[in-house]
Design a protein around this ligand. Structure first.
Ligand code: SF4
Length: 275
């Protein structure tokens, strides 16, 4: 049985960076270190961080004054940053630089008088953080959601970093003719597209496809859907322990991919268990 790992798989730059910043903060800290929400949608990594002294809090007010608060790669609203500073917390900003770029883009559009449209998943922490930088922005998940909205003369569009580009294209083309001036800042991060493309190509060439990542990780679930479209026998697992030898009977090629919140060690554990 041949086992292959997708060219692009697992933790992206922003997630690796956030993990590194949290670990470094824990090594240096003389006071408790917290993350605002789980740093990453991966139970094994969250448990490992807890052993290293990093625990999650839901709100800045839940952290004791003087403790360190690590902001996740998804980013936060300016209001949360203010509350953390007012509470006497030491902030470690692990917001991914690509997410920061979206914050700057909506601020610019808003300052220049554009009606801001954020294409993404309403309620997602990244989208909430983006809207915190342009409170009048509207969030749409698809072109169908534009129908009930009114638009002014100038409309500025950005996207959640993990959006599929086809959705952005649909929304932009549906906006043509609904306003006088349309400005689009394409803020989609290539990491997601590259992972999806590599996963689809590998799934098409595999008899069985294994997708590694937390079940609460939306991007891992999405990756599993992409694989299932190209390989009928696709399984989503959180760890190597969940692999079942019955899945591989008669399989000649097995592909492995992993969501953006899956560290390299977990991919390697699955690969070596299969090998
Ligand atoms: Fe940053 Fe892209 Fe990773 Fe999001 S997917 S954290 S934008 S590198």
């Amino acid at each position: 049985m041949k086992v292959m790992v997708a060219d692009k798989a697992g933790a992206c730059y922003g997630v690796e960076r956030a993990l590194e910043l949290a670990r470094r903060a824990a090594e240096k800290a003389t006071s408790p270190v917290h993350t605002l929400g789980a740093l990453i949608h991966n139970p094994a990594v969250v448990a490992e961080l807890a052993r290293e002294g990093v625990s999650a809090v839901d709100r800045p007010e839940d952290a004791e004054p003087g403790s360190v608060l690590v902001m996740r790669a998804h980013g936060v609203t300016p209001d949360i940053e203010r509350r953390a500073a007012d509470g006497g917390l030491v902030i470690v900003d692990a917001t991914c630089p690509f997410v920061k770029k979206v914050h700057r883009a909506v601020e610019l559009l808003s300052d220049e008088g554009y009606q801001v449209v954020v294409v993404g998943e309403s309620g997602h922490p990244e989208v909430e953080g983006i809207c915190g930088h342009a409170p009048e922005a509207v969030v749409v998940g698809s072109s169908a959601e534009l129908e009930s909205l009114e638009f002014g003369r100038r409309v500025g569009v950005v996207a959640q970093t993990t959006l599929e580009r086809s959705v952005l294209r649909d929304v932009v083309s549906a906006l043509v003719g609904r306003c006088g001036e349309l400005r689009v800042i394409d803020t989609i991060c290539e990491a997601t597209r590259e992972r999806q493309q590599a996963a689809a190509e590998l799934a098409a060439a595999s008899d069985v496809m294994i997708v590694v990542g937390g079940r609460s990780s939306a991007n891992t679930r999405h990756l599993a859907d992409v694989c299932a479209r190209h390989c009928a026998v696709t399984h989503h697992v959180e760890s190597a322990e969940e692999l079942d030898s019955a899945w591989f009977e008669g399989a000649r090629t097995v592909g492995i991919t992993a969501g953006a919140s899956t560290p390299a060690e977990q991919i390697e554990a699955v690969r070596s268990a299969l090998a």
